[in-house]
Each structure stands twice: as structure tokens, then as C-alpha cells.
Write a protein that binds this ligand. Structure first.
Ligand code: CDP
Length: 237
């Protein structure tokens, strides 16, 4: 990246996302579901509930709980991940729950839980963001009332160049890359999730956030089109 200005390993421009594919309603047994693919990173999400939360002592009297469960599948990465929830999986489950909870009208579901199962069958960086994008689409597919859909994408920097949607190869760049995954909901105007791994100047941080927000808006436009296409004849009970 530093050697050849504006040249990324896969030839993308700094502000270019990888190719995106998405689909709603991919798991017949789920209340709502979706698949989201960005480059070689893919997420499949199933939404189940709302149902009464157990054990009773963790129920909230005045609102429901949105519970994400992120799972990087064993053969999603080149070195086979040990099956079962790792510390990273647990952290990303919490990150995903926090990114989405404020966008759902949880006050409609006191004492209940909405379960969001995020499976990552294929990983090439940006899996938390792909999972959140798929979850946003799956929650809408489930008919859960939301304040707005969410787009999630990683921005960052390679050397002094601000880039969008880093691949694993770019994240592992020997001189250090900076990764800034964020989630933005255009309808509410809120960034509901922002993380920063690495170092970046204040000027480039704002540039990266701006790039990420614009990309999230495009992703939400695609989600809306996908839902309109699926439900153009009306929802089927
Ligand atoms: O996937 P995301 O960028 O949200 O999270 P990360 O922890 O920064 O992981 C970056 C990438 O490292 C993942 O997308 C995978 O491609 C890879 N990875 C891996 O190869 N083995 C793991 N156990 C975890 C992550």
C-alpha cells in the first residue's frame, strides 16, 4: 500500500467496499433470517423469539433483551478454529448485541428475549460487521419493530492512507494497519458501535469515520431494496 500509492492488493480504490451480496429469509425454521456476504467474508443469521427469558432473575421488568450469539465456525479460517465459543466469540457477541439493542423497540417486549444467532462460515476480516449487517436484515425479516436498519463496515488506515473494508491480508500488513469497525443507522443518525484497533491521527480518524458512515448508508439502502423485493407481494404468514 505504501509503496504504490492508492494500490490495494485486490486493486480496490481506498474508498471502495468489496462486492456485497445479501438475501433475507434463508432459514425456514427461524422467525427471521438473512445472509450477508462481503468479498470472502460471509455471515448467516437466524432470529428466534421473542420468548420469555430464563432464568427469571435476569428478566428486565420494563424491557426485553436482544441477545446476539456470534460464532466463527471451525473451518471459516485457514488454520481451523477450535469449535465452541472462544473469548473472542463472547466479546463479539456482546459487541453485536450492543450495536443493535438501541435500534430495536425493546420496551415492547418486557421480560422477553430475542435471540440472534450469528454464524460465520467464511472469514476474511470484517466478520463482526458482516454479522451485524446480516442481523439487521434478519431482525427486519422477523418483523421486529426497529427504529432503523443498521449498516456496519470497517474503515481504517494502511500507513497514511485511509481505506474502507480491510481484508485479512491488509489487516496483517507488516508495518501495521488500523482497523475501525463501526455501525451506523441512517434513520436515527446514530453511530451505535465504534471500535479502534491500531494507531491513527485525529484527521485520518475523522476521515475514516466519514468513509464508514457513507458506506453504511449504502449498505442500508441495499438492505431496504432486498426487503422491498422480498415483501413486494406482502408478507406471508
Ligand atoms: O473479523 P473481524 O475483523 O471482525 O475481527 P478480528 O478479530 O479483527 O479478526 C480479523 C480476521 O482474522 C477474521 O475475520 C478472520 O479472517 C481472522 N481470524 C482467524 O484467522 N482466526 C481466528 N481465530 C480469528 C480471526
Amino acid at each position: 500500500m505504501a509503496k504504490t500509492k492508492n494500490k490495494r492488493p485486490d486493486g480496490r480504490k481506498p474508498s471502495e467496499m468489496r462486492k456485497i451480496e445479501m438475501e433475507a429469509g434463508v432459514i425456514p425454521n427461524a422467525v427471521g433470517s438473512a445472509r450477508f456476504k462481503i468479498g470472502d467474508t460471509e455471515a448467516i443469521v437466524g432470529v428466534y423469539g421473542p420468548r420469555e427469558l430464563h432464568p427469571r432473575k435476569i428478566r428486565l421488568a420494563d424491557q426485553g433483551l436482544l441477545q446476539c450469539n456470534y460464532d466463527l465456525m471451525s473451518f471459516s479460517v485457514s488454520d481451523r478454529k477450535r469449535p465452541g465459543p472462544s473469548r473472542r466469540d463472547r466479546e463479539l457477541s456482546l459487541v453485536s448485541s450492543n450495536a443493535l439493542s438501541n435500534l430495536v423497540f425493546l420496551d415492547k417486549y418486557p421480560t422477553q428475549v430475542i435471540d440472534v444467532f450469528i454464524q460465520i462460515p467464511q472469514a476474511d476480516a470484517g466478520t463482526r460487521c458482516a454479522g451485524i449487517c446480516a442481523a439487521s436484515l434478519a431482525l427486519a425479516d422477523a418483523g421486529i419493530p426497529m427504529k432503523g436498519l443498521a449498516g456496519s463496515i470497517s474503515a481504517g488506515a494502511i500507513g497514511d492512507t485511509v481505506v474502507l473494508d480491510l481484508t485479512k491480508e491488509e489487516e496483517d500488513w507488516a508495518d501495521g494497519a488500523t482497523d475501525i469497525p463501526l455501525t451506523y443507522s441512517p434513520k436515527t443518525g446514530f453511530i451505535t458501535h465504534l471500535q479502534l484497533d491500531g494507531e491513527i491521527s485525529k484527521k485520518n480518524l475523522f476521515k475514516a469515520i466519514d468513509m464508514g458512515v457513507k458506506a453504511a448508508e449504502k449498505i442500508v439502502d441495499m438492505q431496504e431494496k432486498t426487503l422491498k423485493e422480498k415483501y413486494k407481494g406482502g408478507a406471508v404468514e
